[in-house]
Design a binder for this molecule. Structure first.
Ligand code: UDP
Length: 248
């Protein structure tokens, strides 16, 4: 890492995988899809693609539905938990469709690929095809998670980051990075600009779900966690500025 104007500079960023949670698709504390939020996200992604950085985006779906809402132990629900997880995956495809249109409306060539085959809506996810799209400067939206229940889209993000051989997994969140505690609840929460995987594990810091984190740890995939609500943050990160928290 070098240093310019007091900012850490990371290795050149040529290809990233951006994990966007469902919460990026609507205003704070709301649910569903707000095209205002989607357009803002699309502008940031398009700006990064225009810089020549290859961008794959893994969709979350929590703004619509999470499978764990329908636990089998919840007697009130007649929806099986596995079914609910499939519903959650479909939610990520709805978000992906919205982002696809928003990016194309801004003139950014984009492909939507799904882990659940849905030919009339999107291309199936095929690793080599996704790589070709990226090489041609198309933003690749990856929806439907892994296509299997009982995992989250964090796991899909880690898996696809490794498969697509990206330089960084960017995790867009609503806080500035990783803290010792939830900064919205604990005023004494300490912010960590840098962490090793081991530090995050020993201090029990929740960066992503455990399965996703273990995948990144095992294969040395660096993670950058930053606040997507701060205008320009995604572009700064893609330029190689050290914003938020870096775990490596
Ligand atoms: N999901 C799943 N398999 C996957 C990815 C997602 O079953 O490979 C389901 C799971 O129920 C999850 C929901 O889809 O809760 C929405 O994804 P997630 O909760 O990860 O969205 P986010 O929290 O990022 O908005």
């Amino acid at each position: 890492m070098g240093n310019v104007d007091g900012q850490d500079v990371l290795k050149p960023v040529k290809r990233i995988l951006l994990k966007v949670s469902g919460e990026c698709f609507c205003p704070p504390n709301e649910r569903g899809v707000s095209m205002d939020s989607v357009n803002r996200l699309a502008t940031q992604i398009a700006n990064v693609a225009k810089m020549g950085v290859q961008v794959a985006v893994v969709m979350g779906g929590g703004n619509i539905l999470r499978g764990a809402q329908f636990k089998a132990s919840d007697g009130a629900s007649s929806i099986q938990e596995a079914t609910a997880h499939y519903m959650g995956m479909l939610a990520t495809i709805m978000n992906g469709s919205a982002l696809h249109d928003a990016l194309e409306a801004q003139g950014q060539p984009t492909r939507l690929m799904t882990a659940i085959k849905m030919d009339v809506v999107a291309e199936p996810y095929i690793r080599r095809r996704a790589l070709r799209h990226l090489e041609k400067g198309r933003v690749v939206i990856l929806a439907g998670g892994m296509g299997t229940p009982f995992v989250t889209t964090d796991t899909a993000a880690a898996q696809r980051a490794l498969e697509l051989d990206v330089d960084y997994l960017f995790k867009a969140t609503k806080v500035d990075g990783v803290y010792s505690a939830d900064p919205n609840k604990d005023p004494n929460a300490v912010f960590y600009p840098n962490l090793t995987f081991e530090e995050a594990i020993t201090q029990n810091l929740r960066v992503m779900d455990q399965e996703a984190f273990a995948k990144c740890h095992d294969h040395g995939m660096p993670i950058m966690v930053f606040n997507y609500r701060k205008e320009g943050n995604l572009e700064r990160a893609a330029r190689g500025e050290h914003i938020g928290t870096i775990i490596r």
